[in-house]
Design a protein around this ligand. Structure first.
Ligand SMILES: Cc1cc2nc3c(=O)[nH]c(=O)nc-3n(C[C@H](O)[C@H](O)[C@H](O)COP(=O)(O)O)c2cc1C
Length: 215
């Protein structure tokens, strides 16, 4: 029954929501199909409703369309990925070399997501003893964006194998903007229930019981 001043969600919605979470993937393989700008804006509007410390809304989204700027992101990924590969040995090295960890050349939409570490919005509530809450607030927005995109059939891939300074330079951002994520967005080649890293034999998902206890 609908509450007078509320909104209730029925069991169909809950089942669909569970499916949305289960079918969300980190996507690195995109088709060449363009993405309608309005879809991206819808996802950003929903992301902008995410929880944030003190209602500070510290997320700053920069969409990179310029090929020269995008190439700078590819360059920093190539450098960081080669350095990461050099740190692995044996089977891990072989396996790491075979992983696809970004869709930077294919994704039609690319967003650098920053946290404004000096925003006065929210008047500092909740950030005094734990300033990292600003960055965490941006992560909530990214997750909302991720789910909103998936609900529209879009795939999102989070790329973190980057030098933040190089991304900041490509985005011409000031020092108070901290890089949180670089997102590749587009139509996925495949829809999967299993994370790609699991399919590739790199890591497996662990049951909740290993991560939860009640004291
Ligand atoms: C903070 C963060 C950073 C990530 N960075 C990368 C990355 O650089 N490259 C990549 O391929 N995946 C990256 N991922 C995606 C994870 O690999 C992915 O979430 C995980 O393997 C589980 O797969 P799923 O998202 O499809 O469930 C990142 C995810 C998070 C949350």
């Amino acid at each position: 029954m609908l509450k007078p001043h509320g909104k209730s969600f029925d069991s169909d919605f809950r089942a669909n929501f569970a499916d949305l979470i289960a079918w969300r993937r980190d996507v690195r393989r995109f088709t060449a199909q363009a993405v309608d700008e309005t879809l991206v804006q819808e996802c950003l509007q929903l992301a902008n409703m995410s929880p944030s410390v003190g209602l500070s809304q510290p997320w700053r989204f920069i969409e990179l369309a310029d090929p020269v700027r995008r190439q700078a992101i590819v360059n920093t990924f190539e450098k960081c990925n080669a350095e990461a590969l050099a740190d692995y040995h044996g089977d891990d090295k072989t396996n790491y070399a075979g992983l696809k960890l970004e869709g930077l050349r294919e994704a039609p939409v690319q967003l650098a997501v920053f946290a404004d570490t000096t925003t006065t919005k929210g008047k500092g509530v909740g950030r005094k003893t734990m300033p990292e809450m600003t960055a965490y607030s941006v992560v909530t927005a990214i997750h909302t964006f991720w789910l909103a995109a998936r609900a529209r059939g879009l795939g999102v891939g989070w790329v973190s194998i980057l030098e933040p300074e190089a991304v900041a330079k490509a985005c011409e951002t000031p020092e108070n903007l901290q890089l949180i994520a670089y997102l590749c967005v587009g139509w996925p080649q495949q829809e999967m229930l299993t994370p790609e890293l699991e399919t590739a034999g790199w890591e497996t998902r662990t049951d909740l019981s290993a991560f939860y206890k009640k004291l």
